[in-house]
Design a protein around this ligand. Structure first.
Ligand SMILES: [Zn+2]
Length: 98
């Protein structure tokens, strides 16, 4: 196995597609458990104009958004306490079958 030549600097490694692509995935915090994860591993939730929290399936909905793990326990935990209220800084409602 050949070692990398000394001329390959870390600067050059950063420009490799794999590395730079991974570096561009934004990290978001789950409002339920507080775990930091890449955006693509989280579920985006938004507040609609009626004050209800809905899932933003297409990641395109307008308005204030928050992120939560796709884990069922994290979703369930949203319904208790005032995590949502804190995240959205206002009173919010949740559909029964969120
Ligand atoms: Zn979580």
């Amino acid at each position: 196995m050949k070692l990398l030549p000394k001329t390959v600097t870390t600067e050059k490694l950063k420009t490799w597609p794999m590395v730079s692509k991974r570096g561009h995935i934004p990290i978001r915090t789950c409002i339920s458990c507080g775990k930091r994860q890449s955006k693509i591993d989280l579920l985006r939730i938004v507040l609609n104009d009626k004050g209800y929290v809905v899932r933003d399936i297409d990641m395109k909905a307008e308005g204030r958004g928050a992120y939560v793990c796709t884990d069922i326990s994290c979703l369930e935990r949203l319904k208790i306490g005032n995590r949502l209220k804190r995240a959205f800084k206002r009173e919010v409602f949740m559909e029964k079958e969120f």
